[in-house]
Design a protein around this ligand. Structure first.
Ligand SMILES: CCCCCCCCCCCCC/C=C/[C@@H](O)[C@H](COP(=O)(O)O)NC(C)=O
Ligand SMILES: Nc1ncnc2c1ncn2[C@@H]1O[C@H](COP(=O)(O)OP(=O)(O)O)[C@@H](O)[C@H]1O
Ligand SMILES: [Ca+2]
Length: 473
C-alpha cells in the first residue's frame, strides 16, 4: 500500500498480481479513495491484518547476483525489474554481487542465515547450482551428515531458493515457473510460493562430486558444454555453435549403465501426464516421505531394496538423467516432458549409437510436441539411482591423478587420434547442471524433495486464460 494523491488525502494504492499470457505475471496497481475517514481507516486496518496473516511471505532475503551470467545483464535486471518490486512489498534484501566463480557457494558455507527467509540467485543454472551447493553442504555440516557417503540420508533444507533468470538456458526457472521472466519470478518470491524439488547427488567411489537438479548428461550434452566453454564471450549463443559442432562430430561412447527402477512412483516417463502446480503424483511422494521420516523418528531403519539392479551395456550417443522435465525456451516440453519436480525419481534417457540423421530427428522432436522417445535407439527409465562405468575406466583411473587436464586430454584425443570414426576409444565428460565433472565413472542417487523453491510449478492452461487477479493469491 502506498499513500498518495494530495488532492484526495484518503486514498491508498493496492498492488496485485495479474496473469498475462503464457505463465507470465505482472504487477498491477489500483488506487482507492473514500470520503469517509473512518471507513478509510477500517480498510487500511483490514489490509494490514490480511498482510500480517501472510506469514509464508518472505521479509528478509539474501540475494546473489552473477554479473557475468547469460548476456551479462544480471545487475540491471535486478536493479530495474526486481528491486523496485521487493521494496514495494516491504522486503529487505541484502545484495551480494559475486566477484568470482563459487563466491556465492563459499559465502553460504558460513554466512549467518538466521535472519533470512530465503536466498535468491540472479543468474543461470550454473549460478543456481552454486547456491544449491552452498545451502545443501551447509545443511549437512550443521546436522553432522557425511555427504561423501553415497547412501547417506541427507537433511532437507528449509530455506527456500528464488531464481531470477539471467542466464543462458534458465532451465530450472523455466521448468518450475513456466517461463524465464525476471518479474514473474520476483512476484512468486514476494507471494511466498513454495515448490519442493528433487536433488540428485553424484559420487565417484566414496567421494562426493556434485548435486544436480536438472540435467546430468554424458555424451552429447557433456560435449556441447565442454565445447561451449571456450566461447563464453558469445553468451547464450555459445550453446548453438557448440551444439552444431558436436552434432557434426557425432561421437558415441561405450560403457555400462546400471540402475534401480523407481517402483513406488505412480507415473512413468511416457505416460504424458505432465507435472503441474499441486501435482497429484508429487503429493503422493510427499506423503510417502513424511511416513518414512516418521518411522525413522520412531527408531526403525528405512531399508532400501538392493536386488533389482538392471544393467545395460552398449555404445551411447547420449546418457541423460533428469529429475525434472528440463523445459527451457529451446525445448518448451523439455528433455523428459513427463518428469516430476518432486516425486523422488529421475528419468534416465539412453540414446544408443545411431546414424546422424536419426540423431537429428531425435533432437528435432525436442522442439515440438512429438515423442522424442519413440525411436528404436532411445530408451527411457524412471529410476531412483544409477551408476555409469565407461569402457575405458581402467585407463582413466590410472591417468586421473591430474584431474584438471583429464577432460582436455580426452578431447584432443578425439580430434587427433580418431578424427572421423566417432569411435569409443575416449570418454566424454559429464554435464552436471551446466558444469563439467572431473570424473566419468559416477553414481547418482535421487533425494526426494531435498530443497524448496519460491515457485509453484507449472499452472495449467485453464487458469492461464482466467485473468481474474484474485485467483493468484
Ligand atoms: C536441431 C535442433 C536441436 C534442438 C535441441 C533441443 C534440445 C535442447 C534441450 C536443452 C536441455 C537443457 C538442459 C539444461 C541444461 C543446463 O543446466 C545447462 C547450463 O545452463 P546455463 O548455461 O547455466 O544457463 N545448459 C546446457 C545447454 O547444458
Ligand atoms: N563473479 C563471477 N565471475 C565469474 N564467474 C562467476 C561469477 N559469479 C558466478 N560465476 C560462475 O559463472 C558460471 C555461469 O553462470 P550462470 O549464471 O549459470 O550463467 P550462464 O547461464 O550464462 O552459464 C557459474 O558456474 C558460476 O559459478
Ligand atoms: Ca523427479
Amino acid at each position: 500500500m502506498k499513500w498518495q494523491h494530495i488532492c484526495k488525502p484518503r486514498a491508498f494504492t493496492v498492488r496485485y498480481v495479474q496473469r498475462v499470457r503464457k505463465h507470465r505475471w505482472r504487477c498491477k496497481e489500483v488506487t482507492f479513495w473514500c470520503s469517509d475517514e473512518q471507513l478509510f481507516y477500517q480498510w487500511l486496518q483490514a489490509f494490514h491484518d490480511l498482510l500480517e496473516q501472510q506469514t509464508h511471505r518472505p521479509k528478509n532475503l539474501l540475494v546473489y547476483i552473477n554479473p557475468y551470467g547469460g548476456k551479462k545483464r544480471g545487475k540491471q535486471i535486478y536493479e530495474n525489474k526486481v528491486a523496485p518490486l521487493f521494496s514495494a512489498a516491504g522486503i529487505c534484501a541484502d545484495v551480494i554481487v559475486t566477484e568470482y566463480a563459487n563466491h556465492a557457494r563459499d559465502h553460504l558455507y558460513d554466512a549467518n542465515l538466521e535472519k533470512y527467509d530465503g536466498v535468491v540467485c540472479v543468474g543461470g543454472d550454473g549460478m543456481f547450482s552454486e547456491v544449491l551447493h552452498g545451502l545443501i553442504v551447509r545443511m549437512q555440516k550443521d546436522s553432522d551428515v557425511d555427504h561423501n557417503n553415497p547412501s547417506a540420508q541427507l537433511s532437507r533444507c528449509n530455506m527456500r531458493i528464488g531464481i531470477i533468470p539471467a542466464g543462458s538456458t534458465d532451465c530450472i526457472c523455466y521448468a518450475t515457473v513456466g517461463i524465464n521472466d525476471p518479474e514473474t519470478s520476483a512476484l512468486h518470491i514476494i507471494l511466498g510460493d513454495c515448490q519442493p524439488l528433487d536433488v540428485c547427488s553424484v559420487h565417484y567411489k566414496r567421494t562426493f562430486l556434485k548435486y544436480s537438479v536438472s540435467l546430468l548428461g554424458y555424451g552429447f550434452y557433456g560435449d556441447v558444454l565442454k565445447g561451449s566453454e571456450k566461447n563464453r564471450w558469445l553468451g547464450p549463443a555459445r550453446y548453438d555453435v557448440s551444439g552444431f559442432k558436436t552434432f557434426l562430430t557425432h561421437h558415441c561412447y561405450e560403457g555400462s549403465v546400471s540402475f534401480q527402477p523407481a517402483k513406488w512412483v505412480l507415473g512413468s516417463p511416457r505416460d504424458q501426464t505432465t507435472c503441474t502446480s499441486g501435482c497429484y503424483i508429487c503429493r503422493q511422494s510427499s506423503k510417502q516421505l513424511d511416513e518414512q521420516e516418521q518411522t525413522q523418528a520412531c527408531g526403525s531403519e528405512h531399508r532400501e531394496q538392493d536386488d533389482d539392479w538392471t544393467t545395460i551395456k552398449g555404445r551411447f550417443m547420449a546418457i541423460n538423467a533428469v529429475s525434472m522435465s528440463c523445459a527451457c525456451p529451446r525445448s518448451p516440453n523439455g528433455l523428459s516432458p513427463a518428469a516430476h519436480l518432486a516425486d523422488g525419481s529421475a528419468d534416465l534417457i539412453l540414446v544408443r549409437k545411431c546414424s546422424r540423421l536419426d540423431f537429428l530427428r531425435h533432437l528435432i522432436r525436442h522442439t515440438s510436441n512429438k515423442d522424442q522417445f519413440d525411436f528404436p535407439f532411445v530408451e527411457v527409465y524412471r529410476v531412483k539411482n544409477f551408476q555409469f562405468t565407461p569402457k575405458h575406466f581402467e585407463d582413466e583411473d590410472n591417468e586421473s591423478t591430474d584431474i584438471g587436464i583429464l577432460g582436455k586430454k580426452n578431447f584432443s584425443q578425439i580430434c587427433t587420434d580418431h578424427p572421423s570414426c566417432g569411435c569409443n576409444h575416449v570418454n566424454s565428460i559429464w554435464n552436471c547442471d551446466g558444469e563439467t565433472l572431473d570424473q566419468t565413472a559416477i553414481e547418482m542417487r535421487v533425494h526426494c524433495q531435498l530443497i524448496k523453491l519460491f515457485a509453484r510449478g507449472i499452472e495449467n492452461a485453464k487458469l492461464e486464460d482466467d485473468v481474474n487477479p484474485s485467483k493468484v493469491f
